[in-house]
Design a protein. Structure first.
Lengths: 334, 224
């Protein structure tokens, strides 16, 4: 249809022009995209403070959910790691002699569902406790060792399902001389439940902050549209299509997104660096392998792409709402 | 080239800007559009540029009926219509060259093509040496000529001018009218809205006269 109006019979010169090769048109189309992309970056540089502020707002809004997501991933890694090393702890009856305890350990170890059994004798247990708890002096007041012999049972991979572990627990419980059996999965389940809740909260937060980013960019682009009102009018008057008029603003939004994404990445890296020392110490205290993982290259790329998309989307919202309002209807005067 | 068939434009129930206007302008014709202010001159120009749509009747430009034109096609029609405004509508954030280049830019012309054609248009209006200046640095007459260069840079078959000599002294006005005459001689249909009676009388061309939205003179084909 576009060519219809271009090749009107009265417009011979225009018709000749529009008969340029398709590749030429594609080239000039791409050339225009390049020009607009460059232009909108240059405009951003012209107001460095305002642009930096927009980037920072975007950066903070993006960094927050991304940092929480990273934390979440790290936590889930921890629980996954510990689930695989789930152990059953069996406390033997107080009065049971060490000989018998060793016999029981051998019995359990011969069960096919068990990889290994470690016997912690009560004297050893007390010594360990003394060393790690710091209750050295308090323990001196005790007349006798309050700790029983303990068996640490590591199940086979195949027995590590919830039912498998439960069956093993029942088996051990039913043995003579067993006082109490504990599976240290309770806190793990609680951790899992908490990370689930946290995950939902983080995604909700990410959604809200994503919307905030779109609104911030939308507002910034709305101001840009107001500032370039005359240019938009003239472009529409001389036959600029809607796509032509929109293009610079969409690029502006995408560049804001790029800046915001970079700022967010920087904030995350700095916070990681800032937190890594204390977290290592804390994890060390819990004898955990826990480390905060950074976004990595893929994550950083995804972050920046998402940021650019959000920026583009924000610009698009603003353009939809405000660009159509600018019509050259009143330009010609009364 | 431009044809109005029984065109009526009503803004509100009580304000009718144009009433059953009929006229036809040929290719290469230069005509004036005149009338007291509020007689409907601007409305008539806006209908040609598809800034407004008629309430009744048909507007046909270059064989294309504008009434049924979908909104997305409007830009392509405007590329065939050069417009000169009384207040120039130049952009002061760029050079004279870039102002004149705008119609080519929206069409996606190549840089070489753009350079050649912009310079040809500026040469035509005698401003070739000022292409790198900001329009702000130019006099009113020069700004008007930049506006004309922009209107004709893509060689549109139709040229509209709304009070193009409004702020200019008689000598500059004559210059600009000479330019319009030259364009019409190479086949451009030129319609100049003005209430400068002296100018109209001097040029002795077909004149469409509007009064209260009605075409009272110049509507017949005998006018040219």
């Amino acid at each position: 249809m576009a060519t219809d109006s271009r090749q009107k019979p009265d417009n011979r010169r225009g018709a000749n022009r529009s008969r340029s090769l398709l590749s030429d048109q594609a080239r000039s189309y791409l050339g225009h995209h390049r020009k607009v992309a460059r232009d909108s970056i240059q405009r951003m540089w012209k107001t460095p403070v305002a642009s930096a502020m927009t980037w920072t707002v975007m950066g903070v809004a993006l960094a927050l959910p991304v940092a929480l997501l990273l934390l979440l991933t790290s936590l889930q890694g921890v629980s996954a790691g510990w689930e695989s090393t789930a152990r059953i702890t069996a406390y033997l009856a107080m009065e049971l002699p060490a000989e018998e305890a060793r016999g029981m350990a051998a019995d359990i170890e011969s069960d096919g569902r068990v990889v290994s059994v470690q016997l912690v004798e009560r004297d050893q247990a007390l010594a360990d406790f003394r060393a790690s708890s710091g209750l050295d002096e308090a323990l001196d007041f005790l007349e006798e060792n309050p700790l029983p012999h303990t068996l640490l049972i590591t199940p086979e991979d195949s027995a590590r399902s919830a039912e498998g572990v439960q069956a093993l627990v029942t088996f051990v419980e039913n043995m003579n001389g067993i006082d109490q059996v504990q599976v240290d999965l309770g806190w793990l389940q609680r951790l899992n439940a908490m990370t689930d809740i946290l995950a939902r909260a983080v995604w909700a937060l990410a959604l809200l902050l994503g919307a905030a980013v779109i609104l911030v960019i939308g507002n910034t682009v709305r101001l840009a549209i107001e500032n370039r009102r005359d240019e938009i009018l003239v472009a529409k008057l001389v036959g600029g299509t809607d796509a032509f008029v929109r293009r610079p603003f969409l690029y502006t939004g995408a560049w804001f997104g790029l800046g915001g994404g970079l700022v967010a990445w920087l904030l995350i890296q700095v916070s990681l660096w800032w937190l890594s020392g204390p977290i290592e110490r804390l994890a060390g205290l819990y004898r955990s392998e826990f480390t905060l993982q950074g976004p990595g290259f893929d994550g950083a790329l995804a972050l920046i792409i998402v940021a650019m998309l959000l920026g583009w989307l924000g610009a698009w919202v603003a353009v939809r709402r405000h660009l159509d309002d600018i019509e050259p209807g009143d330009i010609a005067g009364g | 080239m431009i044809e109005f068939r029984q065109v009526t434009k009503r803004y509100d129930s009580d304000h009718t800007a144009l009433r059953a206007v009929n006229f036809h302008l040929d290719r290469g014709e230069l005509a004036f559009l005149t009338g007291h202010s509020g007689a409907g001159k601007s409305t008539l120009l806006k209908l040609i540029m598809v800034m407004e749509r008629p309430t009744a009747g048909e507007v046909i430009v270059g064989g294309q009926k504008l009434n049924s034109l979908p909104r997305r096609q409007i830009p392509y029609i405007r590329r065939h219509i050069g417009v000169v405004f009384q207040n120039h509508q130049l952009l002061f954030d760029r050079t004279v060259f870039d102002n004149v280049a705008m119609p080519l830019e929206v069409m996606g012309a190549s840089p070489e093509d753009t350079g050649r054609r912009v310079r040809a248009a500026l040469d035509k209006v005698g401003l070739l040496k000022k292409e790198k200046m900001n329009p702000m640095q130019l006099s009113g007459g020069e700004q008007q000529r930049v506006g004309i260069a922009r209107a004709v840079v893509n060689k549109p078959p139709v040229l509209l001018a709304d009070e193009p000599t409004g702020n200019l002294d008689p000598e500059l006005s004559a210059d600009i009218m000479r330019l319009f005459t030259q364009f019409s001689q190479v086949g451009v249909t030129v319609l100049v809205a003005t209430h400068d009676i002296a100018l109209i009388n001097e040029m002795n061309r077909r004149t469409l006269t509007l009064n209260q939205g009605q075409l009272v003179a110049g509507g017949g084909v005998s006018g040219h």
